[in-house]
Unconditional design. Sequence first.
Length: 320
Amino acid sequence: MQTSPLVSIIVPIYNVESYLEKCLQSIVSQTHANIEILLIDDGSTDRSLDICRTFAERDARIRVVHQENKGLSGARNTGLEMASGEYICFVDSDDWVDKDYVSALLRLLRTCRADISVIGFMEERNGQSRPANRHLGIRIWNMPTAYRKLCFDKELKSHVCGKLFKRKLFQEIRFPVGQVYEDIAIMGDLVAQTKRMAVNYAPKYHYFIRPGSITQSKNKMEYQWCRMQALYNQFTLGISLGIFKRYPPRFLRRCIRFADKVMLMEETEETLKYMEGISRYLRLYDGQYLGIIGLKVWMCKRLILRHPEFYRQWIRRIKS
């Protein structure tokens, strides 16, 4: 008889007392019972730690760690150091999961002999639920296919939630502390180690979209800039792996859209830093044919690099 494998569930926690009980109740109710639940309280100043300890008193599978605030990456890394399961998954502390969340991911991974399995999301906003993915049945991708889909950010997203990983994938990988979009920073390295990835977008992870979260904050250019850097690193790794021959036009278009936003802002040291970085990325496309990147994009790139002040006035005129 096949033994039931241990799955480590890592939950980073910081000041989420209003949402935490729903999250934890959904985890302890999993139909796959052989789990260890690692609750990493990252210096909360509300009742979050007390809620964690109350749940731990009721369920021996729960381990609670309280640490000084290190951010989301630091909390997840603590969980990775503690994890003893054969498999690892992540749940954010303001989200919740269906009771068969772990069993569905595990069954998908083992049936398809994959290294990572992926399940669908349900977006929860203002009391309304909406599937974030089209459910098209089970799909199995080899590493190059999965990596391309990851970089193009449509069929495969970079967040670690909603996924089950073989623990060995994290042997040399940790989340970058102090960096936003930390998922993007490591997902390329994780996918690059896989032989096979299995996907079934049946929605079993409930992503709660609340005001004030990083991904929902408006006018946070620093966060967007960090995302640009992380995407550049993903494409660079893809080139080194032979998956891409060159930086794709999609990244160039994203660079130009970011430059447009910066050009609309008042010039500061911060915006100069962004434009210096964007200019480096635009120069990656020097020598690429018009047929590859398109005339309009080629002209925007040329104007940003050679006539930035003219481009600034032009973009402000058409956006006003």
